[in-house]
Design a protein around this ligand. Structure first.
Ligand SMILES: Nc1ncnc2c1ncn2[C@@H]1O[C@H](COP(=O)(O)OP(=O)(O)OP(=O)(O)O)[C@@H](O)[C@H]1O
Ligand SMILES: [Mg+2]
Length: 256
């Protein structure tokens, strides 16, 4: 793939904050004047009446996109299962070619595309391919979202190792506080996770993104606030630099 503008956001696991980080990053890029396309190639557990709260719906809201939901989210499945299992439950097959076609259409229209994976790196997508194969095919640099707490070091290093095995470029690791750190021990776990990963990751380690207690009741307010946080600003600057590197300067949209 020749097109490398934007990022593929993957995670060390499901529920680690990929949608939160992607949404805040998209908000920040839009505020910087960078037109951003969004994509969630495969999403499971999506109820048609709750599209607004789906990952695709949240990414679209963050980008303020007028693209249709099927362009952003070609494969949506009802069952809250891993992609291959959810697709099989509906007797469907996920086609990489179909995802690539939609991605290329978005990439042709935007200075940057933010693509959110599903789950982690080795999630099966088809009979003989997984999420890592899609990452390699799309060719965007990867942002790895991981937990800032205990266990986060191993998961992040394993995922980085899996990406390196396939020569996937990694832009940054972004660590997220998915739970409130209240005790001194938890704070130390968080700080030492960040410090040790900074030593060992071999790529920039950003964060931790602070825990947002209001996320459950006010998702978009929390996203707006996080778009101004230093980890997201640093990440957006890295993505901006890629977009500039590709085309001289990102096509500027309206300023906030
Ligand atoms: N910084 C945070 N502060 C508070 N809650 C958080 C934070 N990050 C994540 N969460 C909680 O974890 C949930 C999962 O986050 P998110 O949807 O971004 O994860 P994900 O990696 O995109 O998951 P999936 O694999 O389902 O796509 C959020 O709905 C929220 O409840
Ligand atoms: Mg998500």
């Amino acid at each position: 793939m020749g097109i490398t503008k934007g990022v593929f956001v993957t995670g060390t696991d499901t529920g680690v904050g990929k949608t939160l980080v992607s949404s805040a990053l998209v908000r920040r890029l839009v505020q910087m004047g960078c037109p951003v396309g969004v994509m969630k190639p495969v999403e499971t557990g999506v109820l048609p009446e709750q599209l607004g709260e789906s990952d695709a719906g949240r990414l679209m809201a963050a980008a303020g996109t007028r693209d249709g939901i099927d362009e952003v989210s070609p494969y949506r499945f009802l069952a809250p299962l891993a992609p291959l299992a959810a697709a099989s439950a509906q007797e469907r097959v996920i086609e990489m070619q179909e995802i690539m076609g939609r991605y290329q259409r978005l990439a042709a229209r935007y200075s940057s595309v933010v693509v959110e994976g599903a789950g982690g790196l080795l999630v099966p997508m088809g009979k003989d391919w997984d999420m890592r194969d899609l990452i390699g095919r799309i060719g965007l640099p990867v942002v790895l979202v991981g937990r800032a707490g205990l266990g986060g070091i191993n998961h992040a290093l394993l995922t980085l190792d899996g990406l390196r095995q396939r020569h996937c470029a990694v832009m940054a690791v972004l660590l997220n506080e998915t739970a409130l750190c209240t005790t001194p021990a938890q704070q130390e776990q968080c700080e030492s996770t960040v410090a040790l990963l900074r030593e060992r990751a071999g790529v920039p380690v950003l964060g931790p993104l602070p825990y947002q207690p209001q996320l459950g009741s006010d998702w978009s307010g929390a996203v707006e606030m996080l778009a101004q946080s230093s980890p997201i600003r640093e990440l957006a600057d890295l993505v901006w630099a890629t977009a500039v590197g590709m085309s001289g300067s990102p096509r500027r949209g309206p300023q906030p």
